[in-house]
Design a protein around this ligand. Structure first.
Ligand SMILES: NC(=O)c1ccc[n+]([C@@H]2O[C@H](COP(=O)([O-])OP(=O)(O)OC[C@H]3O[C@@H](n4cnc5c(N)ncnc54)[C@H](OP(=O)(O)O)[C@@H]3O)[C@@H](O)[C@H]2O)c1
Length: 95
């Protein structure tokens, strides 16, 4: 598959998860930064410059089965394979 590997990190708007996102982005991964509050995830991504361009916020609450189903659905849309299927607001993410 072409393009960078995609990593999904949960609980990533602060703490260890945020640092994992920073380091994975630095290693060249396209990173999906999961946070239960999307606004917090967006702020965390904004603070990750210069890596922010390859880190994408995504709403994910690991205690909410509907939230988990949404992220699994988004990640496994068939078009571009398991890591090419992430969508946000109906549009594919640009890695
Ligand atoms: N820090 C350490 O030295 C250390 C050492 C060993 C183990 N750990 C463990 O590693 C984990 C992370 O530690 P941390 O220091 O990074 O913790 P933290 O700073 O408290 O961050 C926890 C993260 O998890 C998110 N979160 C909480 N409930 C969630 C849910 N239901 N769905 C999605 N995300 C959720 C929080 O989001 P909100 O901002 O929305 O609350 C936050 O982003 C914890 O389980 C901790 O016990 C930490």
């Amino acid at each position: 598959m072409d393009g960078p590997l995609v990593a999904l990190v949960t609980g990533a708007n602060r703490g260890i998860g945020l640092e994992v996102c920073r380091q994975l982005a630095g290693l060249g991964y396209a990173v999906v930064l999961g946070s239960r509050d999307l606004a917090k995830g967006e702020r965390a991504v904004a603070g990750l410059a210069p890596h922010g361009r390859v880190v994408h916020p995504y709403q994910l609450d690991v205690t909410d089965s509907e939230s988990i189903e949404r992220v699994v659905w988004a990640a496994t849309l068939p078009d571009d394979g398991p890591t090419g299927g992430f969508f946000r607001d109906g549009r594919p993410l640009k890695w």
